[in-house]
Design a binder for this molecule. Sequence first.
Ligand code: PEP
Ligand code: MN
Length: 294
Amino acid sequence: MFRADDTNDKAAAIEQPGGQIRKRGFHLGGRQTALGDGTLMVIAGPCAVEDRGQLLETAAAVAEAGAVGLRGGAYKPRTSPYSFQGLGEKGLELLAEARERTGLMVVTESTSLENLARVAQVADIIQIGSRNMQNFPLLTAAGAYQKPIVLKRGLAATIREWLDAAEYIRCAGNEQIILCERGIRTFETMTRNTLDLGAMALLQHQTDFPLMVDPSHGCGRRELVPALARAALAAGADSLLIEVHVHPDQALSDGQQSLSPEEFGRLMRELREIAAAMGRRIASIEGGQHGTAA
Ligand code: PEP
Ligand code: MN
């Protein structure tokens, strides 16, 4: 396993035989799960925390299927002010309770400077969303916390802009950065976004930050999510962020792109086969401890 100290030097950028840069590794959530050592870390959960039953049931289901992290927004950056805006602090409390019960790490978004401290108190991994990729004061402030940060690619951001945004976090003193490809806006209208797996391939030659892929926002359609998740793993993703809801058709946000627990379970089985074929491992929770298992 890597420690941040081991890789926090120029040696981390040594190129590997395929011309790819060796990943920066670090531990997550103060636990044993490491990122950047070839392990795949799957994080799953609802788009938004809606209520206690929805969150705890979804958390139990994704833990059972083999996720190591629970995603769920307490603060939601919604396009329309009339859409569900999230439960705020109550949502954070529920996420903490779900972690307590399942052992899952919590990944949740800070949408502004105003809620950053509260989010950082609960989150094992702080998410900075697409709409905030170039919110430089937020990046700088988030960088002051010694917690891993998922930096999502902006809706129409170039790879260079995305990497520059990550530098704001690094400059603030935090190098535990995970870059998350979540699709970009293109001329295509039949999918919500266009998942740029080409960026994933490129970044492995460009940066030592570990890479995450969010196939859910990447296409916006439940039936396409498994294929993109499989492709992302095969393309070298270190982590996947997948929307799962106990009752996708009743979700208050992003139900059309959320997998049911059954669909997620099936996908996890497929991912295990792909990981095995690649000689990679999928991170797992064992006895409440995070570790890795084939
Ligand atoms: C989310 O993860 O629910 C989200 C709002 O994502 P993005 O910032 O990629 O739109
Ligand atoms: Mn969502």
